[in-house]
Design a protein around this ligand. Structure first.
Ligand SMILES: Cc1cc2nc3c(=O)[nH]c(=O)nc-3n(C[C@H](O)[C@H](O)[C@H](O)COP(=O)(O)OP(=O)(O)OC[C@H]3O[C@@H](n4cnc5c(N)ncnc54)[C@H](O)[C@@H]3O)c2cc1C
Length: 381
């Protein structure tokens, strides 16, 4: 068993860290307060090659394998404090580019993947509804077939990137009574009559990642907009969630590493009672726990990357990563605040924002409870 990244992967990760520090780090406190999405950061990330990492070269990506993709994402999270921007990019990659790559028609791939890779298109995902969250396939957005067209009616909620998106992966049902077997996926362009971005949604964290409702009112789309086969949208959605759960927290693992290093520095230099606070066992123990969580999280995300690379089933491992890393991230953010005392609670040190950002990770892509259900099912309990 070889736990090393290759020289090429290490050099790409280092380049990602340097890039993120230089280009994605400025003015974070103000941008968080103003809920400012960075179009500039988005374009720079696309030019660096982030958006196209898992997409083959023929469609404008670099065709990187999952381990390399995870290594670059970890590097970005280590180098950049902009968890919101990185979250937006993740949402775009796993809910638009990947389902298009796997389920799209040749025409859809040619039409959309190059723009999704070069950053000229921003993707969003409309699955959740006010009354269909964890139980997403109980969605009510209605799909009616009319000749060679489909008509969509319904409201989607919590749609990451919606206020800035050009392309929407949208899921609806032919008949709510059919459950998962009635779901259809579509890829719909901004400006399509009947599709509008509704109320903007403000949130606790990830504030540089915009979010809104999506409204579909008599929204007519051609059959060519169908993503995957009619009635097989649940498969498309589940595939995108599998990739998302496996990869979306790599950036958080990078942030956990940065927090750990900052806490070690602080514990060595901050003195109370005549000695560095790290000499107090209760402070040192927090740092030891942060190190353990970081190392475990890192091993888990690379293991899933490796499983995906070998085309082995990774559903249960992806659920385990999603569950473990999100909860570990929240705990480590809390430890970082505590180790820094009153200063840790202040906006200036940026741990309070990271804590707010971290809470979202226990909710999006399926909550902690839903991941536990998936793991329990995998264990046939
Ligand atoms: C930051 C963020 C970004 C998001 N981005 C998107 C997006 O781009 N597109 C999109 O479609 N959605 C998005 N979502 C929505 C997200 O997928 C849902 O919030 C999530 O699936 C939970 O659904 P819900 O909020 O309706 O909670 P509910 O499903 O109502 O759950 C409420 C509580 O009950 C628990 N619960 C529910 N069912 C079970 C069960 N069977 N067993 C045990 N516990 C259960 C939940 O775990 C939770 O604690 C985003 C959410 C967040 C926070």
């Amino acid at each position: 068993m070889d736990f090393d990244l290759t020289a090429e992967q290490l050099s790409l990760q280092k380049a990602a860290i340097d890039f993120a520090r230089a280009e994605l780090s400025s003015d974070m406190i103000r941008r968080d307060a103003e809920r400012a999405f960075s179009h500039d950061g988005w374009k720079k990330c696309a030019a660096f090659g982030v958006h196209g990492l898992p997409i083959p070269e023929e469609f404008g990506g670099s065709g990187s394998d999952p381990v390399t993709t995870v290594a670059v994402m970890e590097g970005l999270g280590y180098g950049s404090p902009d968890q919101g921007l990185l979250f937006s990019i993740n949402a775009h990659m796993w809910t638009n580019s990947i389902p298009l790559l796997i389920y799209g028609t040749a025409e859809q791939k040619q039409k959309y993947l190059p723009g999704l890779c070069d950053g000229s298109l921003i993707g969003a995902n409309g699955a959740s509804e006010p009354n269909a969250g964890s139980d997403v396939f109980s969605m009510r957005t209605r799909v009616t077939k009319s000749g060679n067209e489909y008509i969509l009616d319904g409201t989607k909620t919590f749609v990451t990137n919606a206020p800035v998106a050009d392309l929407f992966a949208v899921y609806g049902t032919l008949d709510p009574k059919l459950g998962a077997t009635g779901i259809c996926g579509f890829i719909i362009e901004k400006g399509t009559p009947g599709l509008s971005v509704g109320k903007k949604m403000d949130k606790m964290g990830l504030r540089t990642s915009p979010m809104a409702e999506l409204v579909l009112e008599n929204c007519r789309v051609p059959a060519a907009a169908l993503l995957g086969r009619e009635g097989r949208g649940a498969e498309v959605f589940s595939c995108s969630m599998g990739w998302e759960r496996a990869c979306i927290l790599a950036t958080c693992v990078g942030t956990m590493r940065r927090q750990l290093e900052r806490c070690i520095d602080y514990a060595r230099t901050r003195k109370q009672f005549g000695q560095p606070i790290g000499k107090f066992q209760s402070v040192a123990n927090r740092i030891v726990d942060m190190k353990l969580r970081y190392e475990t999280a890192r091993l888990m995300i690379y293991k899933v990357g490796w499983l995906m690379q070998k085309n082995k089933s990774a559903d249960m491992d992806a659920a385990m990563i999603k569950l473990y890393v999100s909860e570990a991230f929240v705990k480590s953010c809390l430890d970082a605040v505590q180790i820094h005392g009153g200063s840790g609670f202040m906006t200036e040190l940026e741990f309070e924002r990271e804590l707010r950002d971290s809470v979202g990770s226990t909710l999006y892509s399926g909550t902690t409870e839903i991941q536990r259900n998936i793991i329990a099912r995998g264990l046939r309990i």
